[in-house]
Design a protein around this ligand. Structure first.
Ligand code: ADP
Ligand code: MG
Length: 319
């Protein structure tokens, strides 16, 4: 999936810890072989290059994942939609980047979304309707792999472990021994601005500061707004905490696309996930978070904590 995997396991003995961590790596590799859109041998690649107009039944696991991705697209009003492959190509997001001309953008938008590829939410059956259309698993693949890996830790009765897959975490453990994780300033990744003490959940952050393309001095993020066909503006970051890593992954991307205001309103109506928005303006960081986030939040980005509201945090508060 073109990213790094870090695994820390605490166990009664070194061989047990080693075995558990190797199982995690194997599980992530297994999901990668199914989902990778970089690997020409993956099952996802076969579907993405399959005959136009012919329905394809993916294997059970992929079918389940694609149906889930479809559901997140529906409930997010298409802020999340994995059927953005044609736009990834048009903006050359996997290369040096290019701003597409009006004609190319229009063509790519047509080859995007539900009309370009249908995914049956019940069966996961996939039909590509246009040659340029393909499913980009980048918005939920890490979460899918983390969930599978977390299940392996569960079945091996590992007490405590932390998996870091390309910045998304799975914190395996108990309430009495949580993991402390830090949310970075969206513009200065070395600078922690909030501490979360978490266990039994995944923490996913989406932002445009780390991965972007730069064309003529303008930065374009790697998160696309499927509704406009354009990269989302670089407003900051959103961190999502959920017991389901795939949900955390997909919805962090969705909330990023919605932006801090609409995203906050959406998250407040979906209490199964907790969200922290960091909006980076000129010199100031504006933080907002859902009520549920308060159970994890130890060092808060602002001194007082009105959930579902925003507060300005001047840089000076941090020194
Ligand atoms: P990262 O993978 O960098 O941690 P995200 O989880 O937000 O960040 O996923 C971004 C990736 O998801 C992009 O690189 C792209 O492959 C894919 N993607 C971009 N925009 C969307 C979107 N609106 N819906 C679904 N997937 C997206
Ligand atoms: Mg994501």
């Amino acid at each position: 999936m073109g990213t790094r995997l870090g695994v820390v396991v605490e166990a009664a003995s070194a061989p047990e810890a080693r075995k558990a961590s190797e199982n995690v790596i194997r599980e992530v590799e297994r999901l990668e072989r199914i989902l990778s859109t970089w690997d020409p041998l993956s099952e996802m690649h076969a579907i993405n290059t399959g005959e136009v107009g012919r329905p394809i039944a993916p294997g059970a696991e992929l079918a389940f994942l694609l149906a889930e991705a479809e559901r997140y697209s529906r409930i997010s009003g298409a802020a999340f939609d994995a059927r953005i492959g044609a736009l990834v190509d048009a903006w050359d997001l996997r290369g040096a980047g290019v701003v597409p001309g009006a004609g190319a953008l229009l063509g790519a938008r047509k080859a995007t979304g539900p009309r370009s590829i249908s995914v049956d939410e019940r069966t996961g059956m996939v039909t590509r309707h246009m040659a340029a259309a393909w499913i980009d698993t980048g918005g939920f693949g890490k979460g899918a792999a983390l969930r599978a890996a977390a299940d392996r830790l569960d079945s091996a009765s590992v007490d405590r472990a932390l998996i870091n897959f390309g910045g998304q975490l799975w914190a395996h453990g108990r309430a009495d021994k949580p993991w402390s994780v830090y949310v970075a300033h969206p513009r200065q990744r070395q600078r922690p601005v909030a501490r979360l003490d978490v266990h039994g959940v995944s923490v996913a952050t989406s932002g445009a500061s780390e991965r972007f393309i730069e064309i003529d001095g303008v930065r374009w993020g790697h998160i696309l707004d499927p509704r406009t066909g354009r990269p989302s503006p670089a407003w900051g970051s959103v961190t999502v905490v959920s017991a389901d890593p795939l949900e955390a992954d997909a919805l962090a991307t969705a909330l990023y696309v919605m932006g801090p205001k609409a995203g906050m309103a959406w998250a407040a109506g979906h209490p199964q996930l907790d969200a922290l928005f960091l909006e980076a303006g000129d010199g100031a960081l504006t933080a907002s978070w859902t009520r549920g986030m308060e159970q994890w939040l130890i060092d808060r980005p602002v001194s007082s904590t009105p959930h579902s509201q925003t507060q300005k945090e001047q840089d000076a508060n941090h020194r």
